[in-house]
Every structure is written in structure tokens, then in C-alpha cells.
Design a binder for this molecule. Structure first.
Ligand code: FAQ
Length: 311
């Protein structure tokens, strides 16, 4: 029977159809999905912190309303993703405990500080831009609940990217000081944004198997290239440069050539040694502990309602 189920699983993956929660799946497929979806969910939730830093200091009511909406969307994305992980048998509470204990990861990008208001625009443009590049193909991922969550998330991310680009456009039309703030912010975020796609393919232990299972649809390097090609004309239009002397159009390849991020820095940030890792996790732990009474009350309320007579 197991061989038959495995053959059916392979056939579904082969024809690029969806695996659903009640379908048989190899345990390693389930574990890989939980790992990736949990990391993705944690990234959305931890990712609220760098921009959240500027909500109380937004320069106008309009900017504040936009930023509040964006950060709230990120909370929503985290929740869709925890729900997708739950269909694989891992609860949000269990995954959050693992995050807080340092047993699960979240994206390296959120361990960098937001030092000026321009960073809100740069995060929207480059960080959400990289997220879209990575996530649009994930709408076609082989696991149904993950792919469906991605469709909605991508729509919201594209609004996020536009608000960031529009913010930077506004600053670029301002004073010399504002233009310098934008360039300084882009200089700080460019390389960390490239690291979001993960290590080079040759050093990526999970890519081959995740591609074979249809969890990932493109490799880390393919997506990084796509992001560079997409960002260069946007930078030109905006009037900023990227801090990479090797960045140039290669007519033969039909793509931009570009330099390599500092992979030692990436490894250090993933190990927990980035500029804000300790702060981000400590903040998450306080919020999780402070929210314990809300979770307990909601559970008690749900239990009482379930046992109450209905009309
Ligand atoms: N940071 O073998 P691979 C957002 C780890 S967007 C930290 O290549 P894989 C939106 C990797 O987990 C950000 N760790 O791994 C937003 C693995 O370790 P493990 C979230 C990284 O999974 C915008 C090891 O290195 N997006 O939140 C990173 O095949 C603005 C070896 O790597 C997603 O999570 C990294 N950058 O490929 C929110 C997208 N890269 O687990 C707020 C979904 C790699 O074996 C504001 N995820 N590692 O211990 C993916 O597409 C994949 O998981 C990759 C990594 C491409 C990230």
C-alpha cells in the first residue's frame, strides 16, 4: 500500500498538481515544508520589528497610516503561514517556542537595523521586492495550503513594494539631504537584500531535493539574478546606484553580471551574530510571554462555547 501511495505522490508532483493535507506524503517532504513555512512565518512576524520602529516617528499622518497598514499585513501573512504549517501537524505555539529557543530560523534581512526613515522606503522597495521575486514562484509550490497562502501574500507584497518605491521617489524629489539619505539607505540594504535568496546554489544543501519535490520552483541563484535584473532599471529611474563595482549589463547572457555578497557575513547573521539578532528575538519573547494570558483566555472561552448549549 505504501508503495502505491508513494507512486501517487510522485505522480502528483510530476504533473505539477497539488499535494493536500490529507494526502500521503514522505515524512521528509512534510519536515522540509514545516521548516520552510515556519521560517517564512517567523520572518513575517520578526519582520514587523524593523519597520515598526518608525511608526511613532512617521513624518505625516498619511505615511503613518500606510506604515501601520503594511506592518499589520505582515502580521496577517505570518498567521496565514502558521495556519498552513498547522495543516502539516505543527501548531503555531510549538513553532514559536522553537523560534524563541533558537531552534528555527527567520530571514537574515531582519537582523539589520533601520537607522533612518528612508529605510522604510528601502525595505518596501528592495526587501519586499526580493520577497515578491522569491514568492511569486511559490504560488505554484506543490503543497496546496502553502501555495494558496502565497497568492494572497504576493498581492499584498506588491502593494508594499509600491509604497516603498513611492516613498523613495518622494524623497528623491526633495532636498539634497533627503536624496543622500535614500542613497545611504540603499547602500546599507543592497547586499543584505541579495542574501535573502539564500546561499549560492553550490552551497545550498536543500535546493536539489526541494526542487525535485516541487516545493521550490527556482534555485536561489536564479531568483537572485531575476531580482538584480528587475532592480537595476528601477534604481536608474529613482536616481540611485547600487554599491557594486561589478554590476554591469552582459549582452551575451542577456542578464546583469554582479558581485557576490559577503557570504561570511551571511553565515554569521544566520548563526545569530548579526547586528540585531539578540534584540529581535528578545523582543519576540517578551511579546509571546506577555500574550500568554490572551491565548489562555481565548482557549478557555472557546472551550466554554463548545460545551454551551446552542439555540
Ligand atoms: N536567512 O539550502 P538552503 C518576508 C538557511 S520575506 C536565514 O538554500 P532553502 C516578507 C536555510 O534555511 C523573507 N537563513 O535553504 C517581508 C537553510 O538552513 P536550515 C522570508 C537562511 O530553504 C518583507 C540554510 O540556510 N521569505 O518575510 C537564509 O532551500 C518586509 C541553507 O539554505 C521566505 O522565507 C536567509 N536569507 O532555501 C516581511 C521565503 N537563506 O533550514 C516584512 C520562503 C537560507 O536547513 C517586511 N523560503 N537560509 O537550517 C525560501 O524560499 C527558502 O527557504 C530560502 C532558502 C530561499 C530562503
Amino acid at each position: 500500500l505504501e508503495a502505491e501511495l508513494a507512486a501517487e505522490f510522485e505522480a502528483v508532483v510530476e504533473r505539477h498538481d497539488r499535494i493536500e493535507p490529507r494526502d500521503w506524503m514522505p515524512e521528509r517532504y512534510r519536515a522540509t515544508l514545516v521548516r520552510q513555512i515556519a521560517q517564512h512565518a517567523h520572518s513575517e512576524i520578526i519582520g514587523m520589528q524593523p519597520e515598526g520602529n518608525w511608526i511613532t516617528r512617521a513624518p505625516s499622518l498619511r505615511r503613518k497610516a500606510i506604515l501601520l497598514a503594511k506592518v499589520q499585513d505582515e502580521a496577517g501573512h505570518g498567521l496565514y503561514l502558521y495556519s498552513a504549517a498547522e495543516t502539516l501537524g505543527s501548531s503555531r505555539a510549538e513553532l514559536t517556542e522553537k523560534l524563541i529557543e533558537g531552534r528555527q530560523k527567520y530571514s537574515s534581512i531582519f537582523n539589520y537595523p533601520t537607522l533612518s526613515y528612508a529605510d522604510v522606503g528601502t525595505i518596501g522597495w528592495l526587501v519586499d521586492g526580493a520577497a515578491i521575486c522569491n514568492q511569486v514562484p511559490l504560488c505554484r509550490t506543490s503543497y496546496g495550503p502553502y501555495g494558496r497562502a502565497m497568492i494572497r501574500i504576493c498581492k499584498e507584497e506588491s502593494f508594499h513594494q509600491r509604497q516603498g518605491y513611492e516613498l523613495l521617489m518622494t524623497m528623491m524629489a526633495g532636498t539634497d539631504e533627503q536624496r543622500a539619505m535614500v542613497q545611504e539607505s540603499v547602500d546599507r540594504f543592497w547586499w543584505p537584500a541579495l542574501m535573502m535568496f539564500g546561499p549560492p546554489d553550490a552551497d545550498s544543501p536543500n535546493t536539489a531535493q526541494s526542487m525535485a519535490w516541487g516545493i521550490k520552483r527556482d534555485t536561489n541563484d536564479e531568483l537572485r539574478q531575476k531580482f538584480v535584473d528587475m532592480s537595476v532599471p528601477q534604481a536608474e529611474r529613482l536616481g540611485v546606484t547600487f554599491p557594486d563595482p561589478d554590476l554591469r549589463w552582459n549582452a551575451e547572457r542577456g542578464h546583469h553580471d554582479f558581485g557576490q555578497p559577503d557570504w561570511d557575513e551571511f553565515a554569521a547573521v544566520v548563526r545569530g551574530e548579526g547586528p540585531c539578532n539578540a534584540q529581535r528575538l528578545a523582543h519576540r519573547k517578551v511579546a509571546w510571554d506577555d500574550g500568554a494570558w490572551v491565548r489562555e483566555a481565548a482557549t478557555a472561552f472557546a472551550e466554554r462555547n463548545a460545551s454551551a448549549p446552542t439555540e
